[in-house]
Design a protein around this ligand. Structure first.
Ligand code: ZN
Length: 66
């Protein structure tokens, strides 16, 4: 399971400027990148990228599980 916060709907409140409303972009799963034996970059789960429509602050949320 993901430890991302759940999808907050169409009018989330920006944590930085208080604006209600954010763009939403789906970001697919990214596999880890290996450099020799150690993972240089961890895998990133499928998620939604939210961006405030006023200040551009960005955060991540989980996809909808239904
Ligand atoms: Zn904002």
């Amino acid at each position: 399971m993901s430890d991302l916060p759940p999808f907050s709907g169409d009018n989330p409140r920006c944590a930085k400027c208080g604006m209600r409303g954010a763009h939403t972009e789906w970001v697919p799963y990214r596999p880890p990148v290996y450099n020799g034996r150690a993972a240089e970059r961890k895998a990133q789960p499928e998620h939604l990228r939210r961006a405030c429509i006023r200040c551009g602050y960005r955060w991540q949320e989980d996809i909808v599980h239904s």
